[in-house]
Design a protein around this ligand. Structure first.
Ligand code: ATP
Length: 609
């Protein structure tokens, strides 16, 4: 038995991530590693769109030939071949735009799949502390709407930003070739347009980012409302939640309207200025045709070219807007992908010879804990001998769940070391560590899958015999009564099962792999007294062949353990058998008498202690 005097933990500082700002182009360039695989297809798509758009620019030249030739000469026979050329140009344009779409549609779906797969894998690898910080809706919107925005950018705006710029340049050269004076007039609005789009880009990028973040917040509210629907209804809080939803939706609508406002202003200028310039060019052109300085055919060709350039210029507004949205979506995607993962690095400490689980001067604080608050765990020293079951007791909020989460490295200890059979857990590859250490938490999470899949998650290779044994240990006989037995689908988060049933399946999942080390966080809390005692009997057999740490809120759970450790003010203040602690530890006595947030204990006669 050991008793340690509690002392207050030292303060530590909080860390917050620093946001990174990039230009639109730099952000979009980060998509290259994904787009590289289909670069030839994108190039093919650009080429097809370029030829199709180029064919539009040939039309004015054919028109000039028609006006100055067959029409001026009243020669109908010469008209038909030229009309045929116009028809062929139209067909080629339509066909090539179709080819462009075919070239990229499927490969881009693969790119999106790869990016989403990488994001999902990254989310799986990131530590629990990351998931504590990020609302799930923000992650959801990154994996869905942002992904869609990036794919659409690669499919359409990227291609047409390149194609339309080249068409604009070629068309401008053509207009200057036809008549440089008219060309100059038509080109005049370019200068104010360039300045305006630069100004627009900055403003629109801010709004696009805000809208995407608000989308994520909205997704969080919806997700919480659906997952927590029972609580909301039970407490009559659905109206409050609905108001929160409406508020978020209003904010998002406001931002979307502000975006539309910006785009409308830009569009008005982009469409308006060139039209005015074209009006002047038309007036000057008509005067010059009247003065015989220009042929009517050339004027028609010039005006058709200018009109053909309307689409490349007008599309600029929304192409830029879309590029901005894609850039912010890319930033949001890489904000997650850039998050550091904890590497499985060797600690450099020599392996200890002692077996079992050993916590040595282990410290921990949550990353988002207030800077002036003390560490939650501040020097945990505890040895659970090999094959021993140790109960962990402490007042509510004392950090018991947190301490157990350090063992499978769901959180990283901020100081000290934890060893399994003498090996520092940081020296054990994460995958292997989680095979060695099985966990069942107080709040049992089940996935939308069959009972079998949920339980075998704890040991993917296990056969039906092991599954049946684990279900028997957890007294989960109710599974046989389910419509398809172990192959019955349990709903999202197992909502179709009762709390006690879910808890038993989570327990079965923890024991199915016959783990060397077992961590149970109050595993029997949702069971009725009869089932609890049956599970205890079966669990005792499992605990006999493993080294276990069991968080105990109830005296009956303490009975499962060989020894008990008392957690108080961030430290283990006493370790011993139940009887020893009742005599020597005032904190334990207080906890067991139910005066410190823990349930009252009977005398616990007959305890294994
Ligand atoms: N993810 C988190 N981020 C920040 N603080 C947390 C987080 N999880 C828990 N805490 C805080 O850490 C403290 C200890 O929590 P923990 O769940 O470990 O206590 P516990 O002893 O298991 O409590 P209980 O007996 O009620 O289950 C609490 O004050 C809690 O608010």
């Amino acid at each position: 038995m050991a008793t340690v005097a509690p002392t207050l933990c030292a303060m530590a500082t909080n860390q917050t991530p620093v946001p990174v700002h990039r230009s639109t182009v730099r952000s979009l360039l980060r998509l290259w590693p994904y787009a590289r695989e289909i670069r030839w297809r994108i190039a093919g798509s650009v080429t097809a769109a370029l030829i199709a758009s180029g064919s539009v620019l040939v039309v004015p030249l054919v028109l000039r030939a028609i006006v100055d030739g067959p029409i001026a000469d009243h020669d109908l026979h010469a008209l038909w071949p030229l009309a045929g050329v116009l028809l062929l140009l139209g067909l080629a344009e339509a066909g090539l735009f179709g080819v462009r779409r075919v070239l990229v549609a499927r490969p881009l779906a693969r790119v999106e799949q790869a990016m989403r797969g990488d994001l999902y894998a990254k989310l799986q690898r990131l530590p629990v502390s990351f998931h504590d910080r990020w609302p799930s809706g923000q992650l959801l919107s990154r994996a869905t709407s942002d992904m869609f925005t990036m794919r659409l950018f690669l499919a359409f705006p990227l291609v047409f930003l390149i194609v339309n710029s080249l068409v604009f340049l070629t068309g401008t050269v053509l207009m200057f070739t036809l008549d440089w004076r008219l060309g100059l007039i038509t080109l005049l609005p370019t200068v104010p347009l360039v300045m305006l789009t630069r100004h627009f880009e900055g403003k629109y990028a801010t709004l696009a980012r805000r809208a995407q973040d608000q989308n994520g917040d909205l997704a969080t509210v919806i997700e919480e409302s659906i997952l927590g629907i029972r609580i909301l209804k039970a407490f009559g809080r659905h109206r409050t939640m609905a108001e929160r939803f409406r508020q978020q939706a209003r904010e998002l609508r406001g931002t979307e309207l502000a975006k539309a406002d910006q785009l409308a202003n830009l569009w008005a200028v982009i469409v308006g200025l060139p039209e005015i310039a074209l009006g002047f060019a038309l007036a000057l052109g008509a005067v010059r045709v009247a003065d015989d300085e220009l042929t009517a055919g050339t004027l028609v060709a010039f005006l058709s070219t200018a009109l053909a350039l309307r689409w490349p210029v007008e599309s600029l507004g929304w192409l830029l807007a879309y590029a901005n949205e894609a850039a912010t979506a890319t930033d949001r995607f890489f904000e997650v992908m850039d998050e550091p993962e904890h590497a499985d690095q060797p600690s450099g400490h020599p392996a200890e010879a002692d077996r079992g689980i050993r916590f040595s001067d282990v410290r921990f604080r949550y990353p988002d804990a207030p800077a002036d608050s003390p560490d939650l765990l501040c020097g945990i020293d505890l040895h659970i001998r090999s094959g021993e079951t140790m109960a962990l007791v402490g007042a509510t909020g004392s950090g018991k769940t947190t301490l157990t989460a350090l063992l499978p490295r769901l959180y990283e200890a901020t100081g000290g070391r934890i060893t399994l059979d003498g090996t520092d857990i940081r020296d054990i590859p994460r995958q292997r560590l989680r095979e060695l250490v099985s966990v069942a938490f107080e709040e049992p999470t089940l996935f939308s899958a069959t009972v079998r899949e949920n339980v075998l998650m704890g040991s993917p290779g296990a056969d039906d015999g092991r599954l049946a044994a684990a279900l028997a240990t957890a007294q989960a006989g109710f599974v046989e009564g389910l419509p398809a037995g172990a192959d019955t689908q349990v709903g999202e988060q197992g909502l179709s099962l009762s709390g006690g049933q879910r808890q038993r399946l989570a327990l079965a999942r923890a024991v199915v792999g016959e783990p060397g080390f077992l961590v149970l966080d109050d595993p029997l809390s949702a069971l009725d007294v009869h089932t609890e005692s049956l599970v205890e009997q079966a669990l005792r057999r499992v605990l006999g062949s493993t080294t276990a740490l069991v968080v105990a809120h109830r005296p009956s759970t303490v009975l499962l353990a060989d020894r008990v450790a008392v957690l108080d003010q961030g430290r283990i203040v006493a370790v011993g058998t139940h009887q020893e602690l009742l005599q020597s530890s005032p904190v334990y006595r207080e906890l067991m008498s139910g005066q410190s947030g823990a349930p009252a204990a009977p005398a616990l006669e007959g305890s294994p202690a």
